[in-house]
Design a protein around this ligand. Structure first.
Ligand code: ADE
Length: 231
């Protein structure tokens, strides 16, 4: 790949990159800051999208149109949905889905975007493989390659998280990935989402999120760092 776009939603999710990037140049578009530079000799455009699917979608389209990125990596934290996952573990997206897309009243299954070819946005195989390899090497196998569920909701309920697991087969839940994935797929740009678990999306999620977001963000950073070295 040539230039690579790296997106995080929050400050904590991109701080490590900012500290290690070289030759940086910052520009702003649509109130989003884009930092061009290099890391391990790779050309990078780093940005903080802000929280939620709209922010994520706009950021992704700008990365493609204005900055000409050839691949997109999302880095950050998520709530674990698969009960086997613990705080600190890693999920690499095989695909992603918008869990809050709900047109069930018209007979469409939950998560289905009406009249589209697909609502499941598949990650790039080589990026996914490299991320999984990084997670295995750096985190001793605490990684699942699985489905990322995105929605404009912070999930903090045992019932909701159980439904996301059983109805939609999610590995983790967050608020941007599937929007980045959809825009990437619409533009035929390869992507992958990498998320480290900050919480279990249950009744303690808000407390755990506050406590573990910095550490989990660092885990995700280390994986992207490894990927950039090996791309
Ligand atoms: N990001 C981190 N934890 C989350 C949760 N429980 N729900 C949505 N997004 C998250």
């Amino acid at each position: 790949f040539g230039k690579i776009g790296v997106i995080g939603a929050m400050k904590e999710e991109i701080e490590q990159f900012q500290q290690h990037m070289q030759d940086v140049r910052v520009t702003e578009k649509a109130k989003i800051q884009f930092t061009e530079g290099t890391l391990h000799g790779k050309s990078l455009v780093l940005c903080k999208s802000g929280v939620g699917k709209v922010n994520a979608a706009v950021t992704t389209q700008i990365l493609i149109d204005t900055f000409g990125v050839e691949a997109i990596i999302f880095t950050g934290v998520a709530g674990a949905v698969d009960p086997e996952l613990n705080v600190g573990d890693i999920v690499v997206s095989s695909e992603s889905l918008q869990h809050d897309m709900d047109v069930t009243a018209l007979g469409f299954p939950r998560g289905t975007i009406p009249y589209e070819e697909t609502s499941l946005f598949v990650a790039d195989e080589s990026l996914r493989e490299l991320a999984a390899q990084a997670s295995r090497e750096l985190f001793d196998g605490r990684v699942k390659v699985g489905r990322v569920l995105s929605g404009d909701q912070f999930i903090a309920s045992r019932e909701t998280v159980a439904t996301l697991y059983h109805e939609l087969q999610g590995a983790c839940t967050e608020m941007e990935g599937a929007a980045v994935a959809q825009v990437s797929v619409m533009n035929a740009i390869p992507h992958v989402i990498i998320r480290s678990m900050s919480d279990k999306a249950d009744g303690s999620a808000h407390v755990n999120f506050a406590e573990f977001t910095v550490q989990a963000s660092e885990n995700s950073y280390r994986i992207v760092d490894y990927m950039l070295k090996h791309l």
